[in-house]
Design a protein around this ligand. Sequence first.
Ligand code: RTP
Ligand code: MG
Length: 137
Amino acid sequence: MSQRTLVLLKPDAVRRGLIGEIIGRIERKANWTISALELRTLSQDVLEQHYGEHKGKPFYEPLVEFMASGPVVALVVEGERVIEGVRALAGPTDPIAAAPGSIRGDFGTIVRENLIHASDSEESAERELKIFFPSVA
Ligand code: RTP
Ligand code: MG
């Protein structure tokens, strides 16, 4: 089943020079294509829309501050079961709980600075693609 997903390489990934490493892992998967890609610094407005579900949680404010602390790489990836697939490449939210071999497991230690965002369902993907890439959504 071909799908589209919204992926963000978070500011820690960009600062640490891990763009190529992470995109390389996505590119090497068979039958997936990167169909949009942009380096950009996210506005408060975009972050409020994107992380609206977490508003009011204790980690929300520091999360938004972190996500605005430097540029991210936003990309659209298309292909076979790509929503579940990129989440599997990323690993669980907490990098310490993430297995070696996953992006978070290999490179992360702090829950907030966990390197990558990927849409978690078809509904989330549609919603997030409209926020980040209205021209392709
Ligand atoms: P994402 O949305 O970024 O793909 O990550 P996720 O689904 O694995 O995690 P989610 O629960 O949606 O949380 C969004 C992001 O908030 C930060 N976070 N910090 N306890 C904490 O300090 C905490 N919990 C979550 C992480 O950056 C997480 O990816
Ligand atoms: Mg999430």
